[in-house]
Design a protein around this ligand. Structure first.
Ligand code: EPS
Length: 352
């Protein structure tokens, strides 16, 4: 069975939800491990006061019994505590009574760099909020919960995924400066996966390629504008003799410029994925825009936001990479029961 993930949820709606299908039965999940990743996502330097309102915790509605997966769809929920301030504005049903609380007034000032303008044009919305709510990075919370489930699956075959921001000290200094200037910053994060056997993904078709799948998954995260695998863009400036990782007699490599992937397949080395995040588009000193209600020149929407979410991106990208590796591992080793999955991995490793 293919591992699949569907999610739903608006930033200030009642909750974020994810349904994971195709997980083998008998996988042990630990609530604390999932909640620890949710907490890591919230902790980054430069986050908005929203993170003091939220205390993300996973709830499981289906697919788990006594801490073990049932092999049936796993339903995860992360509630938005802030929703209580938006009960009128984000009511799923026509709200009762006079408009009150946050989100009651329509947003008509699209922010350059956010989903606002193209979102209302595409879907025919009049209130920009109808576009920005789902486009918000808030829903990455439930993807991090799904990533923690993926890490549990990968852990059964010795694969570990972790992440970090690139140049943390410089990033924090840049965040402090930007906050003073009422501006925002982006940054670069790196995800590494160890213990990945050779042969996840395939060169057989472009959609099978592991690098293409990882790049799509990471590029699919809000505000990501660039993804590279291994030495990525820097390889373009090298000669072939300098760029490739020579093969030792045991099949291992001394260098890893390929970032653990050759021809769309893992090659047994550490997988290294980097992502570049643009500066966040909600600015306290807003850029030029148009008021969609009047057609007049205006400045963009100003609302509570983060100065940076780069440290959060590291955790979110880690979850995205973990999920894609879990999909590729499940595709390769299969099995309805976790023991089948582990045994298939062991037999494969013995063969190669
Ligand atoms: C976001 C805007 C901010 C961020 C949010 C993403 O939300 P708010 O307007 O409620 O302060 O804090 O991220 C989260 C809430 C989160 O949990 O990551 C946006 O416009 O993308």
């Amino acid at each position: 069975m293919t591992l699949r993930l569907a999610s739903a949820g608006e930033s200030h709606g009642p909750a974020l939800v994810a349904i994971l299908t195709g997980l083998p039965a008998g996988l042990v999940l630990e609530r604390d491990a999932i909640d620890a990743d949710l907490k890591r996502r919230q902790e980054g330097y430069g986050r908005s006061p929203r993170q003091q309102i939220e205390q993300d915790r996973v709830e499981v509605l289906a697919g788990l019994r006594h801490g073990r997966t049932l092999g049936t769809p796993l339903a995860l929920v992360v509630r938005n505590r802030d929703h209580e301030n938006w009960t009128w504005g984000m009511s799923p049903w026509p709200p009762e009574g006079e408009p009150k609380g946050k989100g009651a007034k329509p947003v008509t000032l699209p922010r350059p760099g956010h989903a606002d303008l193209a979102g209302v044009q595409k879907f025919g919305h009049e209130d920009v909020r109808n576009a920005l709510e789902r486009a918000s990075a808030r829903h990455t919370a439930v993807h991090v919960a799904a990533g923690a489930v993926a890490k549990a699956l990968l852990g059964t075959i010795g694969i570990e995924v972790r992440s970090a921001t690139v140049d943390e000290a410089a990033l924090r200094a840049a965040i402090d400066e930007a906050r003073k200037d009422r501006d925002t910053v982006g940054g670069i994060v790196e995800v590494r996966a160890t213990g990945v056997p050779p042969g996840l993904g395939s060169y057989a078709a472009k959609e099978d390629r592991l690098d293409a799948r990882l790049a799509a998954a990471v590029m699919g995260i809000q505000a990501v504008k660039g993804v590279e695998i291994g030495d990525g863009f820097a390889l373009a400036a090298l000669r072939g003799s300098q760029a490739h990782d020579e093969i030792e007699v045991d099949g291992r490599r001394e260098t890893n410029r390929a970032g653990g992937i050759e021809a769309g397949m893992s090659n047994g080395e550490e997988i290294v994925v980097r992502a570049a995040m643009k500066p966040l588009p909600t600015l306290m000193r807003p850029l030029r825009s148009v008021d969609l209600a009047t057609g007049e020149a205006a400045t963009a929407l100003v609302e509570r936001s983060d100065v940076a979410a780069v440290e959060a991106l590291a955790v979110v990208a880690e979850a995205a990479v973990a999920w894609e590796l879990a999909v590729a591992a499940q595709e390769k080793f299969g099995g309805d029961a976790i023991g089948d999955f582990v045994a298939a991995h062991r037999a494969y490793c013995e063969r190669i």
